[in-house]
Design a protein around this ligand. Structure first.
Ligand code: MF3
Ligand code: CO
Length: 255
C-alpha cells in the first residue's frame, strides 16, 4: 500500500530530511585524504545527535544484508556501490570517489539521502560519472509529477544514464519514505514510461540512481553488506527524498 501524506506529515519528513542534508553537507566539508570511513560515520552521528534525531540505518534489518546494519552511515568507495560499512581500517585516499548515504528519524518520520564526492583529482570519465549520476537524479525528480507513473521516473533516470554510456544498477531501488524508511512503492532506476503506480499528491519517495561505468552487475562482499560491481568498474550514488505535490516535485533533503 502506498501511504499518502498530509501537508503536516510532509513538513515532518522535511524536518528529518533537512537533518540528512546537514549531515551530507558536513561530510562534504569534512572529507579529506587520510581520514577513515569510521571518522565520517562518527561525524554523521555527531550531527544527528546535535539535532536530537536518530540514525535510521543503525540496527536496521532490511530484507537484504545479514542481520542489523552496524552504523549510522554507509560509505562506499570506488567500485563499491552501496552499503559499505564504516571501518577504522579503511582510509580515504586522494583520487577516491566516496558515496555517503544516511537516513534519519526525527519525531517519528524519516528522511533518506546520499551523495558521491571525488576526493582530490580524478580522471575525466570519473568526473563525468559523478555528473551524469547526479543529473540522472534530477531528471528522475523532474518526472515525479502528479499524474505521471513511477515508470516515468525510472525511464528518465535510465535513458539519461545510458545515453552517456553508463549503466544503472538494477538490484537496488528507490522507495517510499514516511513513518518507515522503506515504504512502497519501489522506485527502480530502469523502466518504461507510463508503467507502474500512479503518482499522486502527497506521496513521498526516495529517488536514488546508482550508476556504474561498466556493466552495472553487482555482488555482495564477504561482509554480507557491501555491494560492489562485478567488473570492478567505479560507481556513484545520489539520493533525495522528495514530495509529489500538485505544484510539482519538492526536494526535502536540501538545506
Ligand atoms: N541507504 C539505503 C537506502 O537508501 C538503505 C540502507 S539500509 C541499511 O534505501 F541497512 F544499510 F541501513
Ligand atoms: Co534510500
Amino acid at each position: 500500500m502506498i501511504i499518502i501524506k498530509s501537508r503536516d506529515e510532509i513538513e515532518k519528513i522535511r524536518e528529518s530530511s533537512r537533518i540528512v542534508a546537514e549531515v551530507l553537507q558536513t561530510l562534504r566539508e569534512f572529507i579529506r585524504p587520510g581520514i577513515t570511513t569510521w571518522a565520517l560515520n562518527k561525524k554523521a552521528e555527531e550531527v544527528i545527535k546535535k539535532r536530537k534525531a536518530r540514525a535510521a540505518f543503525k540496527g536496521y534489518k532490511p530484507s537484504f544484508g545479514s542481520g542489523a546494519y552496524p552504523a549510522a552511515l554507509c560509505v562506499s568507495i570506488n567500485e563499491e556501490v552501496i552499503h559499505g560499512i564504516p571501518s577504522t581500517r579503511r582510509v580515504i585516499k586522494e583520487g577516491d570517489i566516496v558515496s555517503m548515504d544516511v537516513g534519519v528519524c526525527y519525531k517519528g518520520y524519516y528522511g533518506d539521502g546520499a551523495t558521491t564526492v571525488a576526493v582530490g583529482e580524478v580522471e575525466d570519465r570519473v568526473k563525468e560519472l559523478l555528473k551524469v549520476a547526479e543529473e540522472a537524479l534530477y531528471r528522475g525528480i523532474e518526472a515525479a509529477r502528479v499524474g505521471n507513473r513511477v515508470g516515468d521516473i525510472s525511464f528518465a533516470v535510465q535513458s539519461y544514464v545510458e545515453s552517456h554510456g553508463f549503466s544503472v544498477i538494477r538490484e537496488f531501488v528507490g522507495h517510499g519514505v514516511g513513518k518507515r524508511i522503506h515504504e512502497e512503492p519501489p522506485v527502480p532506476n530502469f523502466g518504461e514510461p507510463g508503467r507502474g503506480p500512479l503518482l499522486k499528491e502527497g506521496m513521498t519517495i526516495a529517488i536514488e540512481p546508482m550508476v556504474a561505468v561498466g556493466s552495472g552487475e553487482v555482488r555482495i562482499k564477504e561482509d554480507g553488506w557491501t555491494a560492489v560491481t562485478v567488473d570492478g568498474s567505479w560507481a556513484a550514488h545520489f539520493e533525495h527524498t522528495i514530495a509529489v505535490l500538485e505544484e510539482g516535485p519538492r526536494i526535502l533533503t536540501e538545506l
